[in-house]
Write a protein that binds this ligand. Structure first.
Ligand code: GRF
Length: 210
């Protein structure tokens, strides 16, 4: 099987990118990372890409500052990079910019995000603070397809983790992150196996056919 070509958009630490790289190297994920794009030059994700011989590109958001619709113009630049690298599935991995219809339409049901809560609870930012403030007993992580509403797209996979009474944001984040690193490669592998089917805004996971 020809490996699925991934494009990863990341802004920061890149631990989810690393989990994907590790799964590919361990051959539990039939994919190849064609390109990593970051909006931050200092992103650890770019460093991780370089370390593994993966093409990493910093695209400066300031380069489109004079455009009438800078966010769309920026996404157009990303789209050109993704297309030039024959990317089939786009993965947001700690990407701290809102993606516009330019990318979402071009990659409909071909773009995923990972979020550190059990969506639809706690979308947006400061997610673990929201969870701790609400006093939930279970939190977790979600992989979902990207649509225009922030953290709103059809849910692909979720994993729950317990929330303990003495948890801090850092402790809860770390517990969730460990599960993210398992969940994201798993969701991408289901995509690679063509087992994800979106019907009526819900994702159905098809049985593996031999
Ligand atoms: C993760 O918690 C992810 O769920 C969220 O941003 C964080 C990124 O972490 N979207 P990393 O850059 O992958 O280490």
């Amino acid at each position: 099987m020809i490996p699925l070509r991934l494009g990863v958009l990341a802004s920061g630490r890149g631990s989810n990118l690393q989990a994907l790289i590790d799964a590919i190297e361990a051959k539990t994920l039939d994919a190849t990372i064609a390109v990593v794009v970051s909006n931050k030059p200092e992103s650890m994700a770019l460093e991780r890409a370089q370390r593994h011989g993966i093409k990493g590109i910093f695209l400066d958001p300031k380069s489109v500052a004079g455009e009438a619709q800078p966010r769309k113009a920026y996404d157009q630049k990303i789209l050109e990079v993704l297309k030039a690298h024959d990317v089939q599935l786009v993965l947001l991995a700690g990407y701290m910019k809102i993606v516009t219809s330019v990318l979402i339409d071009a990659y409909q049901w071909h773009m995923m995000n990972i979020h550190p809560s059990l969506l639809p609870s706690f979308p947006g930012l400061n997610v673990q603070t929201q969870a701790l403030d609400a006093g939930v007993k279970i939190s977790g992580c979600t992989v979902h397809f990207v649509t225009e509403g922030i953290d709103e797209g059809p849910i692909i996979l979720q994993t729950g983790v317990p929330v303990n009474e003495d948890d801090t944001v850092d402790i809860l984040s770390a517990r969730i992150l460990e599960q993210e690193h398992v969940l994201y490669p798993h969701a991408v592998q289901l995509f690679a196996e063509r087992r994800l089917c979106v019907e009526d805004k819900k994702v159905r996971i098809l049985e593996l056919t031999s």
